[in-house]
Ligand binder design. Sequence first.
Ligand code: RB5
Length: 208
Amino acid sequence: MLPLFLGPPEFRLWRNSASIRANRSDSGLCNRGLIIYNRAGFSRTKAVTIPPTKPRIAIGSDHAGFCVKETIRTYLESAGYAVSDLGTSSEQSVDYPDYGKAVGERVVSKQADFGIAVCGTGIGISIAANKVPGVRAALAHDLNTARLAREHNDANVLALGGRVVTGEAAIEMVQVFLTTAYLGGRHQRRLDKITAIEKEERAQAAKR
Ligand code: RB5
């Protein structure tokens, strides 16, 4: 252990990297622990709770999803999320693959934590987003599918049908999607197989 004489004089702060690592892995995303030893040699952990930051959201739609996309964006901004709106910006006809790709790329490049993609049915834009390696776009129709997309599939893009769901239902699905944790466990084996498919197919395509 390496003694560091920092902080209040009544405490010696020791850096114990093994303990710090253990604290990090035990405490999830929010807590950071420092081991502090006083002069008598007793240790105690000072847990500093950092409020969870809201995920950054990339959102995009075609013309058919525009109104619902605007409703979702307005909600997210009012709720304090950082939102990158990748368009479209009106109900003038555009092509959904452009927006599915843009949302997907924003997520896999880690400029956003989650994507939300809306077209008329949610089908076309989810197909397009899923062509971006690393994207797991899930088309949800209700709260249950929005929740399961996170719990089982660790979906990183939520796709919605702007001609299928109301703005109110869309917001509820977005809330569930953004606040539900991936369950891991047996599901990870299946996600690993999806990643393996991506790799195999890329290798095959390179040989053609
Ligand atoms: C556009 O008319 C429509 O085809 C598109 O928004 C989407 O529903 C495709 O899957």
